[in-house]
Design a binder for this molecule. Sequence first.
Ligand code: KG4
Ligand code: ZN
Length: 467
Amino acid sequence: MALSSTIWRLNLLSKPSVSHIQTTLRALKPFKPKLRPMCSLPISSSLNSSNFSTSKNPTFLEPQTRTPYPQDDLIVLGIETSCDDTAAAVVKSNGEILSQVVSSQADLLAQYGGVAPKMAEEAHLQVIDQVVKEALDKANLTEKDLSAIAVTIGPGLSLCLRVGVRKARKIAGSFNLPIIGVHHMEAHALVARLTERELQFPFMALLISGGHNVLILARDLGHYIQLGTTIDDAIGEAYDKIAKWLGLDLRRSGGPALEALAREGDAKSIKFSTPMKQHKDCNFSYAGLKTQVRLAIESKNINATIPVSSASSEDRRSRADIAASFQRVAVLHLEERCERAIEWALKIEPSVKHMVVSGGVASNQYVRAQLDQVVKKNNLQLVCPPPSLCTDNGVMVAWAGIENFCMGRFDPPPPADEPEDIEFDLRPRWPLGEEYAEGRSEARSMRTARIHPSLTSLVQASLQQQL
Ligand code: KG4
Ligand code: ZN
């Protein structure tokens, strides 16, 4: 048996000693993926295998096959705990969603005004078993019916990611199931292929959430070019912070509350300046806009401790004007960057036909309407998953798991008796793609410490290894 693995060969993890591997191999149950008929997934043609391991010391029972594992009747449990939502879902490879469960920490968010990692970890720990059980119950299945388990391994908060990975490995170990480590942002993008089955590579994607703001060109599964990213805050973070300063009800997170209030306001009443006008690239910045808004709030003497629901009508009106004016400029910034990104993307891949907009902020109706105009003007088609699949969810993880599984990118089951204190391969800072050279920005602060090699570089390196 060849003791090889993509990750091991890529030298990303410390190499386990041969004797360690041999000992572990003897202790493991034999694993054969349940091979079933070919599936109709819109997968790409490249043959490859690449593990996104969930364990720091992965063990490999047999070399990963070079043949994709396209299968029609896979049933995958997806687990998501990268930030403040605990989510699980069961999805079939034909695209059928058998169940979806999300437990939100919005109350905690409202209380603390942001995600506190330790508190978020605690909240995940309290509900993870119940969320997974409910996902299986709602699907009318038990663990024995599953083909594999997919779990987010990054990017996100380590403490939170660990809760999901531990749960996934526990089930996978007990029921001898393969496990797929999923990139959270890849999952946000790929879920559009579940809802829009016509969506083929290459396509563009704008992924906008609380922690990320990226524009990518998706050339193939696992091959992403990053056209732009944020140099400071993500747009969702700005929505959340400004909603808090405006005294909005944060129990459903700040974004939806701000969107609702903005409908009452005059979007042209306050002239905020659009970020990064002088930078002719596709990067984003929201820190300066946040400061402009904070100054406007202060100048209008808005008191955030008085909830908007108790504010006088004049006070409410000025809060609504600020909300609407912020939203107009925040989204205008997205529009301008998308416009340029389309130009760049078409130079690289003239056959691009779609732009996916996904991530929590993509559930915003104003965002969708504005970006639809930009995309249409450039003869592309907008693909937005429904709001429940834009915000963090288990379906997107299960689906990204299915797509990767079909390409042979998974790990064999962990041992059933895996020690509790084993170190997992978590990737809190993990870029999706390689930066587009023309898009490199002077304005980007190069905080590269502890950044994991991008998912794309791992996949590409593993493909090279196989040639
Ligand atoms: O993707 P997501 O659920 O979690 C992360 O990966 O961060 O995104 C959450 C973000 C939050 O900042 C939330 O306020 C924002 O998405 N969001 C919205 C809307 N719904 C959620 N922002 C603007 N308008 C909305 N309707
Ligand atoms: Zn997300």
